[in-house]
Write a protein that binds this ligand. Structure first.
Ligand SMILES: [Mg+2]
Length: 229
């Protein structure tokens, strides 16, 4: 089970954009005028595109510095994340219910770099549900689909089993998540708790679209059914 984080499990509202802005200024010496589109995209792609939007070349050096300072900024903003963000309805109960299933392993497939994924989930005490070793993250690749294989390979190494499209379910809130799952090799459950409505997620081809995560039994059943079929 691979969870997207933003707008699927938690929402931190404008905070991510604000922190990006502060760090951008520190890294480049320029004010942030435009932030690249963030929805369903990876930190690697967002950082590189944002630099390019300001006429700056995303060299390995500047990208590494950007990433290091972003992680640092999120680590010192734990209180802010808690105060201004929230766990989405049903998310905690769904994670807990799936944690009770002995044959389900939960991790994240997120555009967030690993440290930020950890900080966001830890701020709301959701981190213990996740095996972060086998997740895949926003610095692993600029594109999202390859992240699925990567998570499956990490899981196979750790658990000694094969993970493929028949045994992997990805859950996310954007058409990018749906595409990542299908191109990368998983089934997809989509939740309409982000910017995309149910019709858009259905059109993107998600196996199942839920309005949110509040129906715990439905979430558990669908994960078990999808991964059994
Ligand atoms: Mg998301």
């Amino acid at each position: 089970m691979l969870w997207d984080i933003d707008h699927t499990l938690v929402s931190v509202r404008q905070l991510s954009g604000e922190i990006y802005g502060e760090v951008f200024r520190e890294v480049t010496g320029h004010p942030l005028e435009r932030l690249a589109d963030m929805a369903g995209r990876t930190d690697r792609a967002i950082m590189a595109d944002t630099l390019r939007l300001h006429g700056l070349e995303p060299t390995a050096e500047i990208m590494a510095r950007f990433a290091r300072m972003l992680a640092e900024a999120f680590s010192v903003r734990q209180e802010d994340i808690r105060a201004r963000g929230r766990v989405l309805p049903g998310a905690r109960a769904a994670l807990r219910a799936l944690a009770d299933q002995s044959d389900v392993i939960q991790s994240v497939l997120t555009g967030n770099m690993k440290e930020i994924a950890l900080y966001k989930l830890a701020a709301f005490e959701l981190a213990p549900f996740m095996d972060f070793d086998i997740g895949s993250y926003g610095l692993d690749d600029a594109e999202r689909p390859p992240l699925v294989k990567l998570a499956q390979q990490r899981a196979a190494r750790k658990y000694g089993e094969t993970f493929d499209a028949a045994t992997t379910v990805l859950i996310g809130d954007t058409p990018n998540d749906v595409r990542a799952g299908h191109e990368g090799g998983s089934r997809v459950v989509a939740v309409a708790t982000g910017a995309s409505d149910e019709a858009a997620l259905r059109a993107a081809g998600a196996e199942l679209v839920l309005p949110d995560l509040t129906d715990t039994d439905a979430v558990v059943q669908v994960v078990l059914t999808i991964s059994d079929s």
